[in-house]
Ligand binder design. Structure first.
Ligand SMILES: *Cc1c(COP(=O)(O)O)cnc(C)c1O
Length: 371
């Protein structure tokens, strides 16, 4: 059968998501899920829709969610496109904007799924290295640029279809200044997607840039800040003329009736979100302080996780990950080949903010390991 599969699929390694242990097997601090239960209104909405039966197709564009989002963000409902997780949104965008044999630009290290999406599309990814302080060089927006700037560099002259930029970024948790993002968009020959998966935990967001520049789009997810990773719901904010075209690309019913109703309820409960954010940010401060006290370099995080690198190379990040795992705590051990030429080390630990108790216990274990 593999004779018939497209070459680019055979050649790609495939995106590997973080480990999902069986329930109760480990404390999950590895995939940036929220440790708290979602707004009760979400479960009520799911029960209500289930009670009505599920024999009918859902609204094809998730109108109930678009209307709820419109009230929250002060933009018309037709500026929103619903997705089966924001990964679905990213897939739709890649299919719509990146030609086969074309090019997708991204910052490195960031979300590795972007590269997989390019590979599925039969396109190349051009990966611009962050600076050591997680700022981005100006040529992220406007080539030409030095060869040393790249982690990956395909054949020059390939058509650039789309640029992905997560703000805040994963794994660093850091943000790029808004003025610089706008300048990138203005100098780019293609659209710019700002992946705001973590913006609910940040000090600001880029939603107003969608009005300022016709090249800017924003993706959001309910997986992190709304405690709904299991629901699979994300959305795009873009100009209505763009949304109209993207609707042609998506699966006809990409979001189901349960998730549309649940997502509308979730986004409608902004009081829940604000309170959850307050808790996560307080715990994040403890996580950051204690990791720094243990000697790790930890950038100020604008997300629900921190990026922890020990400057002493004799301290093995992998050994810490394995020790924590053996003690029932799962964090994310990340390796970014090539990053060492900028940062000195190519790996590190990405730790999701848990409840206060989970976070303290994880920190106690790390402290014990190091002593
Ligand atoms: C978690 C994450 C997503 C995906 O979110 P889903 O809605 O669960 O698909 C997208 N981008 C980044 C940077 C993420 O970390």
């Amino acid at each position: 059968m593999s004779d018939y599969i497209r070459r680019n699929i055979l050649d790609m390694p495939g995106y590997v998501p973080g480990e999902q242990p069986k329930k109760g097997e480990a404390v999950k601090m590895n995939t940036n899920e929220n440790p708290y239960r979602a707004s009760e209104s979400v479960y009520d909405a799911i029960r209500r829709v289930a009670d009505e039966g599920l024999s009918r197709y859902p609204n094809a564009v998730g109108e109930a969610f678009r209307e709820a989002a419109s009230r929250v963000y002060g933009l018309p409902a037709d500026w929103f496109l619903c997705g089966n997780g924001s990964d679905d949104i990213l897939t739709i965008l890649t299919r719509a904007f990146v030609p086969e044999g074309g090019l997708l630009r991204l910052a490195y290290p960031s979300y590795i799924l972007y590269r997989s999406l390019a590979q599925i599309q039969g396109a190349a990814s051009e990966e611009v290295l962050f600076n050591a302080d997680w700022s981005l060089p100006g040529y992220f927006g406007a080539p030409p640029e030095p060869e040393s700037a790249f982690h990956l560099r395909p054949v020059p002259g390939t058509k650039l279809g789309l640029v992905y930029l997560p703000v805040p970024n994963s794994p660093s948790g850091t943000v790029i200044p808004k003025e610089q993002i706008l300048a990138f968009a203005e100098s780019l020959p293609c659209p710019l997607l700002i992946d705001e998966a973590y913006a609910d935990f940040a000090d600001g967001n880029c939603i107003d840039l969608v009005r300022k520049s016709s090249k800017i789009m924003i993706s959001r997810t309910l997986s992190k800040a709304y405690s709904l990773a299991g629901l699979r719901f994300g959305f795009l904010i873009a100009r209505p003329e763009t949304v109209t075209e993207l609707i042609k690309v998506k699966d006809s019913y990409n979001c189901d009736a349960l998730s549309i109703a649940a997502a509308a309820a979730a986004i409608g409960d902004q009081a829940w979100r604000a309170e959850n954010r307050r808790k996560i940010l307080a715990t994040r401060a403890v996580l950051t302080q204690r990791m720094r006290a243990l000697g790790f370099t930890v950038p100020d995080s604008q997300t629900n996780f921190t990026w922890n690198v020990h400057p002493d190379k004799s301290v093995s990040h992998k050994a810490i990950y394995e020790y924590l795992k053996a003690h029932g705590y799962l964090v994310r051990y990340m390796v970014y080949p090539g990053w060492e030429k900028v940062a000195g080390r190519d790996d590190g630990l990405r730790i999701t903010v848990g409840t206060d108790g989970q976070t303290e216990e994880c920190l106690d274990l790390i402290e014990k390991f190091l002593s």
